[in-house]
Design a protein around this ligand. Structure first.
Ligand code: SF4
Ligand code: SF4
Length: 334
């Protein structure tokens, strides 16, 4: 960005010898002059933490909201989706590794009001920050969320949930819906294999729930890594301790990036769904091809929403109530 001052970060403090301490996520990187933090997008320039990728989008697309995945939030709608570069984790199975693990991807300049107006022009009722890890761009995301709300849009975040309370509170306070990856229930796998932090993710999910944001969670099930019953039991019991109505998406893994483990069999997802349903009412398989996935009314069992791929049948809903028995559904329609 020649000729333009690079915006200064928030969420950091000064340290010795020109270094700075970033406090945005669990890494709390000590960044020395001329260097970047683990996420690669927050740099120490002359003793200040700056944001060289502020307002740089790596991907803009109009997606079905179900792709995020969000199944209980505005089903059948499209969401204006924006991605960035960089991530504070290093998942060896990352489906977006080209933009999450490198900052070399092509990006275009965007601004918060411009994104909101583009979403409105495209007829999308919501805007989603997604694809790589939006939270490492918290400053820009906060401004974009505010602009989106001013434009009458609903706001969505898709995230690994690895942000500390200060930044997380700012972002989540402006989000209508969030999908958080809860990748496993092993602190050591989170830390050693992914570079993440399970307590931070748990605190993030709890905060989102407490703030009244609509919460859904996703676990990518990887054979031999996180597919034992204890893992999913821990995740589901934790979510249910907040609400048994939090939807959990159990997605089948496919070989990607550094992992060559065989794909997750359907039988594994089915077995883990049984375990998760001991705690949660709404457990959804993902990445299993074209099989129909439905949400049933908890009161009478009628189908409220039926999804075939991204084809969405809402005939079972009357507003946000069950069309058959009139019970309040768990679905946020608008
Ligand atoms: S956001 Fe980036 S620079 Fe800040 S602590 Fe996390 S990884 Fe480090
Ligand atoms: S947290 Fe998400 S974007 Fe980041 S490396 Fe893991 S899978 Fe990729």
């Amino acid at each position: 960005m020649p000729g333009r001052a690079i915006p200064e970060a928030r969420f950091y403090s000064l340290a010795d010898d020109g270094a700075v301490r970033c406090s945005l996520c669990h890494h709390q990187c000590l960044v020395t002059p001329g260097h970047v933090g683990v996420c690669k997008v927050r740099r120490n320039e002359g003793g200040r933490l700056v944001l060289p990728f502020y307002g740089r989008a790596s991907a803009i697309s109009i997606d079905p909201i179900e792709k995020k995945p969000l199944y209980h939030f505005m089903p059948g709608s499209s969401t204006f989706s924006v991605g960035y570069v960089g991530c504070n984790l290093r998942c060896p199975f990352c489906q977006n590794f080209g933009i999450s693990q490198s900052t070399d991807a092509l990006t275009e300049a965007v601004d918060p009001a411009g994104l909101a107006h583009a979403a409105v022009r495209a007829g999308c009722p919501s805007i989603a920050h997604t694809y790589s890890e939006p939270l490492v761009h918290a400053e820009f995301v906060v401004e974009s969320l505010m602009a989106a709300r001013s434009a009458g849009l609903r706001t969505v975040l898709v995230t690994n949930g690895c942000a500390r309370m200060e930044a997380a509170t700012e972002v989540l306070s402006l989000c209508d819906a969030v999908n958080v990856d809860v990748k496993c229930w092993s602190g050591s796998f989170y830390r050693d294999e992914l570079g993440g932090d399970l307590p931070t993710v748990k605190a993030f999910v709890e905060l989102a729930f407490r703030l009244g944001t609509h919460v859904e969670a996703t676990t990518l099930v990887i054979p031999g890594k996180n597919d034992d019953d204890g893992q999913i039991d821990g995740i589901a019991a934790f979510l249910a301790s907040l609400s048994a109505d939090i939807p959990l998406h159990l997605s089948a893994y496919r070989p990607m990036y550094r992992y060559t483990v065989a794909p997750t069999p359907q039988s594994t997802i089915e077995r883990m769904s049984v375990v998760a349903r001991r705690h949660l009412r709404y457990v959804y398989p993902g990445n299993l091809g074209s099989q129909a996935v439905q949400t049933a009314c908890h009161s009478c069992g009628a189908a409220l929403v039926v999804r075939r791929g991204y084809g969405i049948d809402l005939a079972g809903l009357n507003g946000d109530n069950c069309a058959a028995c009139g019970a309040k559904s768990p679905i946020i329609v608008a």
